[in-house]
Design a protein around this ligand. Structure first.
Ligand code: NI
Length: 214
């Protein structure tokens, strides 16, 4: 596609974004970039720039801190996301969520499909919707197909919290925010979650806020 001075090539924009160094600014809900379907990654960046971009995504995710970050969240409409969860927290909550460590990985052109009809519902949040959390009933098991940053094919089953993370991040790449698929009656500030809904499962939240669990 021809480029014009008002639309510099993607690689120039990313070079510019990385110039300042350090964590990148995270785009918040309301920015249209979060609502666009991303462009599949097809070598738009050379290997060195892709490596630097992915490293900046990881740095931004860890600094936030978060367990996943999709390229649109830093204003880049490419089908790339990073995930990493060190799974820190209380044992009971970790067990209820099936939250096990998810080593750092890059998801290039990911897509997922549910393995069965089982769903798991928990509070989750998003770096682009700061200060809020809501309950989302997500597929408990998904098959993820993607490539890694070296172009190797990934075809893998995810369960528990890692399954939630890969669904949340892949949804971002389709312009979907977790609020679109959440029980909106569960919407709570972080403070309200800490005060009322810190239990391992959202059963009392469902009862008292008035929404159905799977
Ligand atoms: Ni998010």
């Amino acid at each position: 596609m021809a480029t014009s001075p008002t639309h510099p090539p993607l690689s120039d924009r990313i070079e510019q974004l990385l110039e300042a160094g350090g964590p990148l600014p995270v785009v918040a809900a309301g920015d249209p970039v979060l609502r666009r379907v991303t462009e599949p990654y097809d070598g738009q960046l050379d290997d060195a720039l892709l490596g630097r971009f992915v490293a900046a995504l990881r740095e931004t995710m860890l600094a936030a801190p978060g367990v996943g970050l999709a390229a649109p969240q830093v204003g880049v409409g490419l089908r790339i996301a990073v995930v990493e969860d060190r799974a820190r927290g209380g044992r009971e909550a970790l067990e209820a969520r099936g939250r096990v460590p998810l080593p750092f990985r890059v998801l290039v052109n990911p897509s997922y499909e549910p393995e069965d009809d089982t769903r798991a519902a928990f509070f989750e949040g998003c770096l682009s919707v700061p200060g809020w959390q809501a309950v989302v009933a997500r597929h408990a098991r998904v098959r993820l197909r993607a490539h890694d940053e070296h172009g190797r094919a990934v075809d893998e089953m995810f369960t528990g919290w890692p399954a939630r993370i890969v669904q949340h991040e892949t949804d971002h790449l389709d312009g979907t925010l977790y609020l679109d698929v959440a029980h909106t009656r569960s919407l709570s500030t972080n403070e309200a979650v800490a005060e009322h809904w810190a239990q391992p499962t959202p059963e009392s939240a469902a009862r008292e806020l008035g929404f159905e669990l799977p």
